[in-house]
Each structure stands twice: as C-alpha cells, then as structure tokens.
Design a protein around this ligand. Sequence first.
Ligand SMILES: *Cc1c(COP(=O)(O)O)cnc(C)c1O
Length: 431
Amino acid sequence: MFKLINERSKKLFEEAKKVIPGGVNSPVRAFQSVGGTPVFINKAKGAYLFDEDQNRYIDFISSWGPMIIGHAHPEILKAVKNQVENGTSYGIPTELETKMASIVTSLAPNVDKVRFVNSGTEACMSAIRLARGYTKRDKIIKFAGCYHGHSDSFLIQAGSGASTFGVPNSPGVTKGTALDTLLANYNNIEQVEALFKEFKDQIAALIIEPIAGNMGCVLPQSDFIFKIRELCTQNNTVLVFDEVMTGFRLALGGAQEVLGIDADLVTYGKVIGGGLPVGAFGGKKEIMNFLAPDGPVYQAGTLSGNPIAMSAGYAMLTHLKANKNIYESLDQKTKYLRKGFEAILNSNQLPYYINSIGSMISLHFTNIPVIDFESAKSGDNSYFKNFFHGMLANGVYLPPSAYESYFLNDAISYSDIDHTIKSFEKIISKI
Ligand SMILES: *Cc1c(COP(=O)(O)O)cnc(C)c1O
C-alpha cells in the first residue's frame, strides 16, 4: 500500500535471520507487531537515519532514548575519539569513573553514590538485589506494562482471576521466581494498598516507571505516585524509580524532579551513556554501602565503567548541564507535533488518545483514556500498522510498536516536524 524501496534491507534481513535469531539482537527491531521488513541502518547524523537503500528518515526513536541531542553529535564523537587512542578497556579503576559518578550524583536528586553497569536491565536487576539484601525481604511489587529489562524477576505478568501472585510471561522464568514478584495495575493505588496489607513486612522493593514509556507514554494520575511514596515509607520498602527512560530526558533531575518525589534507589540507562552501553543505579549511601566490596550484596562487571562508555556519558551529561534550555526546546517541539497530529485526527474523526510529556509522546488509536496497560491494549493495531508503514514510506521513523513512546531529539527541527505532520495528513485516508 505504501511504497518504500528496501531491496537491500530485505536481502540483509534474510542473511541476518540465518545467523541471528529472528535476524535481530532485540525483538522489537524485527517489525513483528507491524509486519514487513525492518530497515537496516547504514549511518545517522543529527535528526536523520539513513538506511542501506539510501532512504532518509526523521528519527523519532533516537536509539530508544540515548540520542537526545541527535546522532553523531560532535562533542560525543570528540570524547570517544580522544579516549579510544588511550586504550579501550583496562579492568582497573580510572579517574573518569569518579568524574562520571560526580556529575551523576550532582544532577540526580537523592543519589549519594552510584554504581555503573552496562545496560538498563543490569541496573534494575542489581537495584532489586540490593533492596532485597538491604531489607532482608524477598518480594517485590511491579506494575503491569512497566518494563524493567529482561531479567527473570521482571518477566512476570498478572496471574488469573483474584490471585495476587504473578506468573512467568516467558518460558525459562521459573514459577519460584514468579512467586516473589507481585503485580498491580498502573494508577491503581487500591491494588498496591491491598498488596502491602496481604504481604506485610515481606516487600523489599516497589519498582516503577514514575512516568511510564513502555506501554506508550502513560502518566501517573493525580496523587498516585505520592501515595506510593507514603506506602513505601510506612512499610520500610525501598522505592525504586526506574528512570532508564526518563533519567536526564525529562529534566536533568529526571522524573524525580518533574514529579517532586524522592526515590530511595534510582536506575538509569539510555541517555546516561550517550549511545554507548551504560546503565547505573544509585541512591542513599545507607543503601548503596550494602554493595560489595563495602557490604555483603554482590554485584560486579568486567566492562562496567568502561572508559569509552564513561567518556561518552560524561560528554553527554556535561552537554546537557551546560544547555538546560534543551528540555524546554524539546517540550515545545513535542507540543507542536501533538497539536499537528490532533488537528488531523480531529478533522478525520479517527478515535485517538495522545499522552505526552517533555520529549515523550504516544498516539493510541482508541477512544478511552490510556492510563494503564489494559487501556493501552485497547488501541486498534491495524490502524497502527498502516500509520507506521505510511509514515516510514514518507521518511518518518516511528517506534515499530504501539506500546512504545516516541523520543524526540533536539536535532529535529520545526521543518522536520512539519514534514511529519504533512506526511500524516497525506496517509490518513489510507489508515
Ligand atoms: C529500556 C528500559 C530498560 C532496559 O534497559 P536495557 O538497556 O534495554 O537493558 C529498563 N527500564 C526501562 C524503563 C526502560 O525503558
């Protein structure tokens, strides 16, 4: 229906599938929920991706978050090039790690100490282990539709009926693991209260995306997060904010700053590495001092604090700190995109619901408010597929799944957004 020349991508995908499961190293890239062939990227600069067939796309996923100042930014490139000349990894401490930790602790609220890892998954997995070691309790609460990486404790979905226990949502996750993960619906404080009551003095941690981005963008309603803070304090449960997506993206102080709420532990990823594999978890020293070698909770990594990754991350955070206006600029651009989309959707009378905050936005083809995973699932996926492929054929790369937020980057210009809006207008009759 939409014409995209992608012969080379098609060929590369076939070759990839022979040697990589599904042809990709992370499932969403395979276009399974939208169908068709993923485009293979050859290079990127600023706001644009260029594929192997020489198509150009305005990039609204920004590597799923990290590229907040655009691709191949000169300051990041310079930092990486300078470091690379001095070696790529030592497995021995460097001053760079302390510099990076200092800038993180100075920008992130409630983070006295931080440990670097290599991904958001590792950060969340380690934060939960630390919370369990610190509280000497086993259970955790997570919310349906929130993503905290692919470690076993988080690959859990709600059990059937009235059961408060979760069940594995991937083969390979044991029933035993599932028993320690309790599920609640986002924005449903009654369910959280009930869990704290039923499992009194057993809940080590509550982990949440304080502003969610993995069921599309979903915002916490009224005092939901405040109540969660209160419940965690009352029950001596460690409140873990998963800011892998929101950290350094919504503000220098992340969602903690935007919402005005203090977490006990915070996890980071994505923006913090400037496009290199960096994750981090940090928090109050009383808790962080429980980590080995100071404390009993084991956690380690051969490439953790890698000098190239630290250089890229440090350059990124330094740039953001010196250019705080980026957050306002991204917010304005997102609002402009939202208005453009709304005007088209209204005049075409398609059902829709849009959530957005800062540089995150998602369009759901549903007419009910999207406030949790259930309502996010009510979106019409056939509309979404056509929308996605129509935009792609017009040079706009959107997340290839209805459950992902867009991430604007600051290299995107108003004329790029105008092109995006016009493309939508062009294709909407075919949705
Ligand atoms: C992406 C993401 C993760 C996982 O990070 P990876 O680097 O992909 O392992 C965890 N939590 C949230 C909120 C994320 O968006």
